[in-house]
Design a binder for this molecule. Structure first.
Ligand SMILES: [Zn+2]
Length: 478
């Protein structure tokens, strides 16, 4: 079929369908899409005259929702940060790009995110200009997003975050209030842009880079926009220590005290929660813990996903920065989480649950959509928006050549390149593994041009040292 039809059928395969609060697997079922909406999910072969996309050896899942993304930041840091380099300089260079270069970088990275099945992003751009760039590309490609700029933005945040004297924080108040006002204006201008797919959200950096005054302004702005709050929350010991020092409570308790949890809230990382008191606060307000397995780069950290599930928290999987492969992150969440559960069990003060692929899939879709107040997203059910991804389960390395009997576990052998088709509001953006909403080759070559520009600058500053040093076998390996 032509991927441009507005009425069509996707013939599976397996379909992950939602019936109220229950997710079910339907075998040899088909999805009927009518003008951007799922009309029905029906068992058996489709009989009728609408065009059919046949995927008999694939799994159809709701489009993934990334609760934490910095879209334009991945390719300038990927592969470099693993060598022990800071991401801050790359972030600074990206922030200084002109709009054309920014759009090229945003497009390359957003194409990767879509390619891996992620149709909705809570996008915390590192600057307001990057958020504008995200809106331009997302509008053009029909991507769904909750964009905003990080407040304080890059590079202003660096000195406030790394301060040794809290006077730096209080001296930043006036500029931060100006950024909040500019983000509120961005939110008003773009609210419901792209046929309602774009809904800006206030996105403060974290609790340790704000004061009660800036938090009050954020609260008022978030309540006006009505979409909620997206932030890094208790992302490290230094954040929790700073908030305790200044306000004598944990970051979660401080947010509650300031009235900032009375709205949808997505908090990334939560590496430094107080597990005895914070979970009750987060549960009380339905705060979503966004677990980003690739935060800090590949293999940088292990994060408390099993503890969060054990505490009964809502958990979404987020892309964060360096890997744009949603499926890879979902897989890492399960694999890393199961290993961690074994290691922390008995040492953690609360219950621990080893995550299953169902936990991760639900968190990646319906859990996040419900927390956003969007019963029309994150699920394959009649009346829901037709945001979905089709994942090949039968190919080399992932499957066994045929439609498998226990399909979800094959996701643990898959990655974003296993995703075959992706649609948002019924519009195919990726078809047969190719980006079709733009000239894919140009998106790649333009993205490459900007990445090479950033690498050249890093090299000129001596920041790529050690990159091709080679490796000496340890003396013990004689
Ligand atoms: Zn982040």
């Amino acid at each position: 079929m032509t991927p441009r039809a507005s009425q069509y059928v996707v013939q599976g395969g397996w379909i992950v369908a939602a019936e109220g609060r229950r997710l079910t697997l339907r075998r040899n079922a088909h999805l009927i899409v009518d003008s951007g909406v799922i009309k029905a999910i029906v068992e058996g072969r489709y009989v009728g005259d609408w065009p059919v996309v046949a995927v008999p050896e694939a799994l159809i899942v709701p489009g993934f929702v990334s609760g934490h993304t910095h879209v334009a930041s991945a390719t300038p840091t990927r592969g470099l940060i693993e060598g022990g380099r800071s991401a801050r300089r790359s972030a600074g260079l990206v922030a200084a790009l002109d709009d054309d270069d920014l759009d090229a970088l945003t497009a390359y990275n957003l194409a990767e995110i879509l390619r891996s099945g992620c149709t909705t992003q809570l996008e915390m751009s590192q600057t307001l200009r990057q958020a504008e760039s995200y809106v331009r590309i997302a509008k053009r490609w029909g991507v769904r997003g909750y964009p905003g700029a990080m407040i304080p933005a890059t590079p202003r945040v660096d000195a406030i975050w790394a301060r040794t004297d809290d006077a730096v924080l209080f001296a930043s108040e006036a500029d931060t209030l100006r950024e909040i006002a500019a983000n509120l204006d961005f939110g008003r201008r773009h609210m419901n842009a792209g046929d309602g797919r774009l809904r800006p959200m206030m996105s403060p950096h974290a609790t340790d880079t704000h004061t009660p005054k800036t938090m009050a302004a954020l609260r008022a702005a978030a309540l006006e926009l009505g979409t909620g709050l997206h932030l890094h929350l208790a992302q490290g010991e230094s954040e929790t220590a700073a908030v305790r020092r200044l306000w004598q409570m944990t970051p979660a308790a401080w947010l509650e005290h300031l009235g900032l949890l009375d709205m949808p809230v997505f908090g990334a990382h939560m590496m430094a929660l107080d597990w005895t008191s914070d979970p009750a606060i987060l549960r009380r307000h339905g705060v979503v813990y966004v677990h980003c397995p690739s935060a800090g780069g590949a293999s940088r950290t292990s994060q408390p996903y099993p503890e969060a599930l054990g505490a009964g928290l809502l958990v979404n999987i987020g892309i964060d920065t360096h890997s744009n492969d949603y499926l890879e992150n979902l897989k890492l969440a399960v694999i890393g989480g199961r290993i961690r559960a074994g290691l922390v069990s008995g040492r953690h003060p609360g219950p621990v649950i080893a995550p299953t692929v169902w936990d991760a899939l639900a968190g990646a879709t319906i859990v996040a959509a419900d927390a956003l107040g969007r019963p029309d997203l994150g699920r394959l059910a009649p009346g829901a928006r037709a945001d979905f991804a089709v994942i090949d389960l039968a190919g080399f390395l992932v499957g066994a050549g045929a439609l498998p009997p226990d399909p979800l576990h094959h996701l643990l052998y898959a990655n974003g390149l296993s995703v075959r088709h992706v649609a948002t509001d019924g519009r195919f953006q990726v078809f047969d593994g190719a980006l079709i909403v733009d000239d894919e080759r140009q998106v790649i070559s333009e993205g490459a041009r900007v990445a090479e520009k950033i690498w050249a600058q890093l090299a000129a500053e001596g920041r790529l040292k050690g990159a091709a040093d080679g490796f000496d076998l340890p003396a013990s390996h004689q």
